[in-house]
Design a protein around this ligand. Sequence first.
Ligand code: ADP
Length: 205
Amino acid sequence: MRLVLLGPPGAGKGTQAALMCRRLRLLHISTGDMLRQELQAETELGLKAHAYIEKGELVPDNIILDMVRAKLKEPECENGYILDGFPRTLVQADALAQFVELDAVIYLEVPFEIIIKRLSGRRRCPKCGVIYHTSHYEKSTCSCGGVLYQREDDKLETVKNRLAVYEAETRPLIAYYSQKGLLRTVDGEGTPEDVDARIAALLEP
Ligand code: ADP
């Protein structure tokens, strides 16, 4: 199965993708995580992307498309995957349609106020990538021992910019995929398990 998870920053795409991947045995492909890995390894791509990520802007389409095309050619992608954070623009969506036939696009719908709350309390483990929230988890270390941190782009000013970019660039994908008959809308409020159950029900034949 080839799926896309669509939704604003903080909608829970990363969290739901992890649960879905385990349940459906699919590969989780997060362009945000890929870019952060490139940055950590200080590759040319990572250094180019850094300036955009820092400001909450989108990394240019050609950079993202080269990265995703290369990834999807890897043998590990043959058994299906969930794309998280890609496509994020109409140009990316059109380019993807040239080389991949998607089974469904799951749109996680979450109200604006909840998104702001989720993003400002979000903490990430640098070692295993697990995401925690300060309202349910008070410790400063992950169960794997990693020291949790707040992503630079989760600070309030950047979050506001990311949401504005989402409205302008990514929201049009909802109509785009709806016209193609691929869009499945899911209520993204509630616990990750609640949302996962809704997604599972939607994908049933
Ligand atoms: P979130 O979904 O929480 O906004 P991500 O981890 O998906 O965060 O992405 C972080 C940043 O990486 C984005 O704000 C953007 O700068 C960059 N990025 C990730 N995916 C893409 C993409 N498909 N196109 C352009 N930029 C991207």
